[in-house]
Design a protein around this ligand. Structure first.
Ligand SMILES: C[S@@+](CC[C@H](N)C(=O)[O-])C[C@H]1O[C@@H](n2cnc3c(N)ncnc32)[C@H](O)[C@@H]1O
Length: 346
């Protein structure tokens, strides 16, 4: 779907809630995608090809110009370097790229222990971070931690994460989203920040210096491990990361429940002026919507306009939308990322 058509459709979707200006951020049309996942098609003559499925039809893929340039380069290099052992029962390949690194995951229907030596040789020859997976088993060659560098308003932030983390699929747009959030809050009276669904600290790390303290939560253990590491990498000391669901942290902040995982965290010491939420496609649970209504300023990042609208219908009873942005994170698809900044009504 073309950008203009997507924008028009989504403007119409939100028109009952907001009639102000919507900022639109376009993505580059090539080399923007950080992840690429392919099926492997085995030809009778022994050759293998990348393939994708569209309407249950297998489409062979030779070039994938929307993927990061490192992914494009290594797609063909990888196929040329797979020996018979490595081709046999290979059914998928996943590429993940950052500005600094690339990792390749090979998916097998067989015992990968038996090809460990071939995998190690491949990783060494191509100087790659290589992962092999099969039926819950995972082998890692040359490490699996990816380093990322984001440029936010001319400042650089460093991140580390791995394949098990949530990763924004378009780095260019990711930087624009973080800059947009900063532009929303720059002239505000700011105290502390509450962040729900923080991942490995993608927004948290870049926002921390604009707040007194930050309390950030996330459900995935791996994400939180990297979030803590990312504080160290960026010499940041004012973030408390907790591994609780947003629903649980809301209960703790409302003093309805206590959690062992919050031992040593003085929740009463936080004076939240802002809350940032970036939930999965399903949007916010109703209990979380009701909870965040108590805060003065809400920044809502969403990858699903439908669930966003449902949540906004409730939030707009207590808050007014002051800024709205569309980010074309998923170019040429119907999907759209949105940013909404809400302020409590007087
Ligand atoms: C859209 S991602 C955003 C992550 C992060 N803000 C970023 O920009 O990379 C949503 C995140 O919410 C986490 N998550 C899913 N359900 C959750 C819940 N109920 N409570 C807290 N975190 C949750 C996921 O693990 C994922 O990291």
């Amino acid at each position: 779907m073309h950008f203009e058509e997507k924008i028009a459709l989504n403007k119409a979707l939100f028109s009952s809630l907001y009639d102000g200006e919507i900022q639109c951020f376009k993505s580059p049309l090539k080399a923007y995608r950080t992840r690429a996942e392919f099926s492997i098609y085995h030809h009778e003559n022994g050759e293998i090809f990348y393939a994708m499925f569209e309407n249950k039809k297998k489409i062979p893929i030779e070039k994938f110009s929307i993927a990061d340039e490192k992914i494009q380069k290594y797609m063909s290099i990888l196929l040329c370097n797979l020996n018979e052992n490595l081709k046999h029962k290979l059914f998928g390949v996943e590429f993940l790229a950052t500005k600094l690194d690339l990792s390749i995951t090979l998916l097998y229907h067989k015992n990968i222990e038996l090809i460990a030596q071939d995998l190690q040789e491949l990783a060494t020859r191509l100087n790659l971070k290589l992962i092999a997976r099969s039926r819950g088993k995972k082998l890692v060659f040359n490490g699996e931690i990816l380093r990322q560098i984001l440029n936010i308003n001319t400042k650089e932030f460093l991140y580390e994460f791995n394949n098990d983390c949530f990763i924004q699929p378009n780095t260019f747009i990711n930087e624009k989203m973080i800059e947009w959030v900063l532009s929303c809050i720059e002239n505000d009276f700011r105290q502390d920040l509450l962040e729900l669904y923080c991942g490995y600290g993608n927004f948290t790390i870049a926002l921390a210096r604009y707040f007194g303290k930050v309390l950030a939560t996330e459900i995935s253990k791996k994400n939180i491990e990297f979030a803590l590491e990312n504080c160290v990498l960026n010499s940041i000391e004012n973030i408390t990361f907790t591994r609780l669901s947003s629903e649980e942290l809301s209960q703790a902040l409302k003093k309805e429940r206590e959690f062992n995982r919050l031992k040593g965290v003085d929740l009463d010491s936080f004076k939240m002026s802002h809350v940032l939420v970036d939930p999965p496609r399903s949007g916010l649970d109703l209990s979380v919507v009701e909870f965040i209504k108590h805060y003065e300023n809400i920044i809502y990042i969403s990858c699903n306009p439908i669930s966003l609208k449902e949540n906004l219908e409730i939030l707009c009873q207590s808050h007014k939308i002051s800024r709205f942005a569309f980010f074309d994170q998923f170019v040429n698809t119907p999907h759209l990322e949105c940013g909404v900044y809400l302020r409590k009504k007087a």
